[in-house]
Structures are given as C-alpha cells and as structure tokens.
Design a protein. Structure first.
Lengths: 123, 224
C-alpha cells in the first residue's frame, strides 16, 4: 500500500503514526509489523498527504487493484478509506545522523562548512 | 451496621482481585507474534534493536553536547551559522539530496527480476541499517519505488535491464549477513524467482549520487 501511494503521488506517508522515511523498513513480525523500531498491531491506518486526486489515482493503479483483490479475499482483510481535507503527519522521531555515510563534495548551498561537519563520532 | 460494612469491604476487595486476575490472564494470553518466529529471525531482530539503541544513545549524548554548546552560544549572543549549516547538511545527506560515500555492499543482480523483488531487497537493506541506497544512477529517496514485471523492473521510469547493481552504505558485514542468512530475502528470491542470481559483495567505499527529485512538498506544509 505504501509503495502504491508513493507511485500515486503521495508526498508524505505514515503507518499508525510512524512516518515513512528514506531509511524506514517495514518488517513482518508474525501478526504485527516492525516500522522504525516500533511494533505496530492491527488495525493499520495508513495516512498519506498528496494531491486532491490521490485516492482516484490510487484506486486506478493496477498494482493496488491486484493488492486489494488478492489480500481481501485470501486473508479476510477489510479495507476502508477516508479523504479528509487535511491530514496531520507526525514527524519522524528517530535519528537522522548517518554513521557510515560521508558527504561527497558537491555544489550544495552554504558549502562553507568544513567537510567533516556532518560526520558523527559514532563509527 | 458493622457486619454490613465488613461485607461491603470484602465484596470490594473480591471485585478488585477478580479484575486484576482477568487483566493478568488477558495480558498473558495476548500473542505478540514473536513466538512464531525462528530463533534466527529473533536474533536478527534483537541485534538490530540493540544497534538502534546504541545509535540513539550516541545521538542523545551528541544532542546534549550540542544543546550545551548552543546554550553557551546563546548566552554569548552568537548566531551559530556553522551549527545550522552542519544540521542542514546532515538532513540533506539523510534525505538523499547530497551525494554520499562510505562503506557498504554492492549487490549484483542478474536475470529477469521483478520490481517487488528489488523492493524486498531494498526493504531488507533498510532493516539491516542501510543509510543510503542507490540503483544504478538513481538514489533511492522517499517516494522512489521499483516497479515492473519480471525482466522489466524500472525505477523512476528507467528500465534496469537484466543485469544491474544495487548499492547500499552501512556496516558491510551486517548488510551482507542480513541479506544472505538462510531463509533471508535472497533465499526467498531464489525460491520464487530461481532464474535471478543475486550476489552480495562487501566494499570499503561506494559513492552514491544525489537524488534528482525535488523533495519540496507541493501540498504539505510544515506544522511547528
């Protein structure tokens, strides 16, 4: 569902209050999900922020139709939707400090900072 | 009157006790789902959580130090441009807006893999603590999804072909171990897509390009 939402033009997505970030994995742990080091239990609420026709695009996507068809019947999952005018996205509560990655010289704005500025002492 | 009172208090105690017993039994009956996992999966989970705890502890002490610096600066009336620039660079590297380099793994994929198969590899890389991921010349930022039927996997509209590389920055041994463990994602791909050959090579340094996407939201507004 998260992937189909991205493809449909979503700008921000959260699952049960856990914001999906570039480093977020969604792991199946028996009957619950592990997202951003948080264990989530059903029912899952996926919140997405995007253009007004996000839901129309999502429901027109073949991948999403396949998903609904295969899961709803096979596992008895119930899916429901709402299209609020405005959704509140929680911020990511984890760390954005990278331990292994170092910036490569690039024409980034404000490049007066020393190259080691982003390096954390973690590694 | 005295008897009535003692009866009442006994009733109250019995009621509370009953409630507690029920709550306790319910809590024990609740299945977290962890019990169904193999010991290998559990070991990986615990190791990942420990690592993340360590990261957060380091982050906490860094932030405390930063806070102390900022407070000291504020007391002196400095506007700390360097601090803000460092923060900005950190966030840009995390979001994929700046190129980054570091140790990690190179994953060679040969054969007609499908989009969801590549997504499973990417998801497992993230689970193993990958900090930045790229496919060919494309940096995987938020919203970048690999799609397509077997042999027609594409990312951002670019076909990947039948032979391409997936690069990830992170702890090389952890990334390799997590991908190649028995019953792991590569083993599963081997079962579902047997004609695809996936090879993982730890590397000392790889460089990932910046994302070409604009990550500026058109619809969302920051809420402070």
């Amino acid at each position: 569902v998260v992937e189909e939402l991205w493809l449909s033009g979503a700008e921000a997505i959260a699952v049960n209050g856990e914001r999906i970030t570039p480093t977020t994995a969604i792991i199946d742990v028996g009957s619950s999900l592990l997202v951003n080091s948080a264990y989530l239990a059903p029912p899952y609420q996926v919140t997405a922020l995007g253009p007004a026709d996000l839901y129309d695009r999502l429901s027109a996507a073949p991948g999403f139709a396949d998903f609904v068809r295969s899961r709803v019947q096979a596992y008895g999952i119930r899916v429901s939707f709402a299209e609020p005018d405005s959704v509140d996205m929680p911020a990511f509560v984890g760390t954005v400090t990278l331990r292994y990655s170092r910036p490569v010289a690039s024409p980034a704005p404000g490049s007066s900072a020393p190259p080691g500025a982003v390096a954390s002492p973690g590694g | 009157v005295y008897r009535l009172r003692s009866q009442l208090s006994i009733t109250a105690v019995a009621l509370v006790l009953g409630l507690l017993v029920v709550v306790q039994l319910r809590a024990q009956a609740g299945d977290s789902g962890l019990a169904q996992l193999s010991s290998e999966d559990l070991t990986v989970l615990v190791a990942n959580l420990n690592d993340r705890n360590d990261d957060l502890r380091t982050e906490a002490s860094n932030l405390e130090r930063e806070l102390a610096t900022l407070k000291a600066n504020q007391a002196r009336g400095d506007v700390s441009v360097d601090e803000i620039t460092a923060d900005l660079r950190r966030v840009r590297a995390y979001a994929g807006l700046d190129p980054v380099a570091g140790p990690g793994v190179t994953i060679s994929i040969n054969g007609p893999i499908d989009g969801p198969g590549v997504e499973e590899l990417v998801n497992e890389l993230r689970n193993a603590g990958a900090e930045a991921i790229g496919i060919g010349d494309t940096r995987i930022a938020t919203g970048v999804v690999v799609t397509g039927a077997p042999g027609a996997a594409a990312v951002d509209g670019t076909l990947l072909g039948s032979s391409f590389e997936l690069d990830a920055i992170g702890a090389p041994d952890k990334l390799t171990g997590s991908l190649t463990r028995s019953g792991g994602v590569i083993a599963q791909l081997g079962a579902t897509q047997p004609e695809v050959v996936v090879t993982v090579t730890p590397v000392d340094r790889i460089e990932l390009p910046a994302s070409t996407r604009s990550l500026v939201p058109e619809h969302g507004r920051p809420r402070l």
